[in-house]
Ligand binder design. Structure first.
Ligand code: AMP
Length: 472
């Protein structure tokens, strides 16, 4: 059985009659580009007609000014998508459009449903033919086939049938709706813009267009935006909140706010705790850019060891679709990071990063630092060992590939070639968020999945581990 994992994505929606919604969405997608670089799309409605443009590539590659000028209306939704190789199809780009009651429903999704196969099979039996392998199309079809006249009632009918993680933005000719799953695993917030409102995966998507942050959409809630303004209703009964803690560590931008905190501050505190947990005599604290920067600043402040940059990131490489030659491929991490040899040579380095997934990049970086003359390399990771695969929308590997699933910290240290290695404790990670552990999904670290994962799906990501895949 195959499962289409609809991975890490970014969603945005806006409703205003006072500005160009396509251009606003375009800029917002730029702010969310880190959430997905594989495809981008925008759909607009002027109240009668709808138009959509989506394609493979980054936001800057997909839209031209002329395209945006043609996308006229007062409602828009946008999407950026990330996926692993293998599911790189145009058909999986979003938003997804399905005809509904003489018009259309458009859906853009961040997250991953875990009962897609069941839902899809039931629809296939009813004669539905799908165009893509994405779970988003399944939801769009369900909304379109609902007997409910109003899209709000259709959402209320469909959402309780979905299991998994989702933040959706939904657009019809005259409405914009944002919905979060009952656990609130993936983020979604709402803001005010001129006479209207906007929805965004992250508050940074509101900031870029000058929208004023109002609040997060609550777990199980839907935000409904139309000519009557903004309203909130329950789409599905809320369960224990379980925001993805990896958003705090790596995925979201540091200038985004979640649970009322800038992630930058949470990450800095993670670094401060790392310094308390694993002090070391060194000359400089160095981040792996960009995601390691706030934690490295925290480590430096708490330890009194100077902060310094030693690796400069090529900000424009992004995700490239040009096949590299073998020689270029061998450059590996060098395509993204270039060492400042004079700042590294002869130095004892504390190198701070947010996470280790497979360990391959970290190993290459340690080698690069040693080749540049580093005397000592002490790796400090601002999260606990990543041991369990994510089924809710973060693209981490199958379990076997997660280095910490099968190796102890000392073995990982040896594999990456560092002089010392320390991972932040769960206790101090949680402390940095200023919220109780119960408010988060921490499954990637402790295997406690808030939404039970079906056995077959567990097997798919834990393959070659039959008999040992149980969730703790
Ligand atoms: P590696 O040593 O190959 O496991 O790579 C570690 C790096 O991957 C760290 O710098 C992380 O910031 C980064 N990382 C963590 N999670 C992801 C993800 N889901 N997709 C891409 N990179 C990630």
């Amino acid at each position: 059985m195959s499962f289409e994992i609809n991975e890490s994505c970014g969603v945005f929606g806006i409703y205003t009659r006072e500005d160009d919604v396509a251009k606003l969405t375009y800029y917002a997608l730029y702010a969310l580009q880190h959430r997905g670089q594989e495809s981008a799309g925008i759909a607009v409605s002027d109240g009668r007609e709808t138009l959509m443009l989506k394609d493979m590539g980054m936001v800057s590659q997909v839209f031209s000014e002329r395209d945006l000028n043609n996308l006229r209306g007062h409602i828009a939704i946008g999407h950026v998508r990330y996926s692993t190789t293998g599911s790189t199809f145009w058909e999986n780009a979003q938003p997804v459009q399905v005809p509904r009651r003489g018009g259309s429903v458009f859906v853009a999704h961040n997250g991953n449903l875990i009962n897609t196969v069941e839902l899809r099979n039931a629809l296939k039996e009813e004669g539905v033919r799908f165009r893509s392998t994405s779970d988003t199309e399944v939801v769009a079809v369900m909304l379109a086939r609902s007997s409910q006249q109003s899209i709000v009632d259709a959402v209320k009918e469909v959402m309780p049938r979905l299991t998994g993680a989702y933040a959706f933005v939904v657009m019809t000719e005259d409405r914009l709706i944002g919905i979060r799953d009952p656990h609130g695993i993936r983020p979604l917030c709402v803001g005010r813009y001129m006479d209207g409102y906007a929805l965004s995966s992250e508050s940074a998507g509101l900031d870029i267009i000058g929208a004023e942050y109002i609040r997060e959409v609550e777990p199980g809630e839907m935000a409904i935006i139309d000519d009557d303004g903004l309203g909130f209703e329950t789409a599905v009964t809320a369960a224990k909140p379980s925001l993805c803690i990896f958003e705090y560590i790596y995925f979201a931008r540091p200038d985004s706010i979640m649970y009322g905190t800038y992630l930058y501050h949470a990450r800095k505190h993670m670094g401060m705790s790392l310094a308390d947990e694993a002090p070391v005599e060194a000359d400089v604290v160095m981040p792996i850019p960009d995601t390691g920067v706030p934690a490295a600043i925290g480590y430096s402040q708490a330890s009194g060891i100077a902060f310094g940059e030693g690796l400069i990131k090529n900000r424009y490489i992004g995700r490239t679709f040009i096949q590299p030659t073998q020689a270029i491929r061998q450059l590996g991490v060098r395509l993204k990071l270039n060492p400042l040899i004079h700042d590294i040579k002869g130095k004892r380095l504390v190198v701070v990063d947010d996470s280790i997934v497979r360990g391959n990049t970290t190993k290459e970086i340690v080698k690069m630092l040693r080749d540049a003359g580093a005397k000592e390399v002490h790796m400090r990771i601002s999260s606990p060992p990543d041991m369990y695969p994510c089924f809710y929308g973060i693209d981490t590997s199958i379990r076997k590939e997660l280095i910490a699933s099968s190796r102890k910290v000392e073995e990982i240290r040896r594999f990456i070639g560092a002089d010392s290695l320390h991972y932040l404790s769960m206790e101090n990670l949680v402390k940095a968020t200023r919220r109780p552990k119960e408010d988060f999904c921490t499954a990637c670290f402790d295997g406690e999945y808030p939404v039970p994962v079906p056995d077959e799906m567990m097997m798919t990501k834990c393959r070659l581990e039959k008999g040992k895949v149980g969730v703790q």
